[in-house]
Design a protein around this ligand. Structure first.
Ligand code: AP5
Ligand code: MG
Length: 220
């Protein structure tokens, strides 16, 4: 089973992808996380993309394909994957079809998480991540059980993303509307686009996604 998650910055793609990964034993491919890892490790690629990410701009399609193809071929993706943050342009959507068909694969379902724009600022500015294991939290909506301690690994070190400033979010949102939203008809035409109400609680959104994926599993 191969899934694509769509939604504007802060919609809950990463949050829901982690849930689906655990529930259905799929691998979670967040192109944003892959790029941030390169930056954190100081690789040549990381050095090339660091300023682009911090400014909320898109990394070139060519580089993204290089990164994606390497990741999809890894063994933990054999059972299927969840794409979080890819495709983000029409070129990426078409290229993804070609890349997958080369490996005998297809996308089974594309899910758009629909969230009102005002809610995104609150979600983005309150987000923080465990610096050790990457588990995601929110100051108000998803705090750690014990203040200052990661639920997943017990670390006390957390980080906030450089591109999570309200100003940068504006550019990220504009790019989403200009370049990523136009990709949705590509999946609608294939008859595999479904939408979930992302204004519900994290658990309610997960339940809705769960039903969609289970429905699909029964058909296949
Ligand atoms: P990326 O990392 O993909 O960022 P994004 O798409 O902007 O999305 P976010 O990660 O900000 O939001 P999310 O939907 O995952 O929300 P989350 O679950 O964390 O990309 C970053 C950058 O990398 C790009 O700007 C670009 O430069 C580059 N890049 C990446 N992919 C690329 C590509 N394909 N091509 C070119 N460049 C690329 O949730 C947010 C917060 O809200 C969390 O704190 C969470 O706890 C909370 N929350 C989640 N759901 C709910 C809910 N239902 N109710 C209340 N709170 C909630
Ligand atoms: Mg994310």
């Amino acid at each position: 089973m191969n899934i694509v998650l769509f939604g504007p910055p802060g919609a809950g793609k990463g949050t829901q992808a982690a849930y689906i990964r655990d529930k259905f034993s799929l691998c979670h491919i967040s192109t944003g996380n892959l790029l941030r890892n390169e930056v954190a490790e100081g690789t040549p690629l990381g050095q090339r993309v660091s300023a682009i990410i911090d400014a909320g701009q898109l990394v070139s399609d060519d580089l993204m394909f290089e990164i994606l193809e390497k990741r999809i071929k890894q063994q933990d993706c054999e059972n299927g994957f969840i794409l979080d943050g890819f495709p983000r342009t029409e070129v990426q959507a078409k290229g993804l079809d070609a890349l997958l068909s080369k490996h005998g694969l297809t996308i089974d379902i594309a899910i758009i998480i629909v969230v009102e724009e005002e809610a995104l600022v609150t979600r983005i500015t309150g987000r923080f991540t465990c610096a050790n294991c990457g588990a995601g939290y929110h100051d108000v909506f998803a705090p750690t059980a014990v203040a200052g301690v990661c639920d997943a690994c017990g670390s006390t070190q957390f980080s906030r993303r450089e591109d999570d400033k309200a100003e940068t979010l504006k550019s990220r949102l504009a790019i989403y509307h200009e370049q990523t939203a136009p990709v949705l008809p590509h999946y609608k035409q294939k008859g595999i686009l479904r939408s979930v109400d992302g204004m519900q609680s994290i658990d309610q959104v997960s339940t809705q996604i769960d039903s969609l994926v289970n429905e699909l599993k029964q058909l296949t």
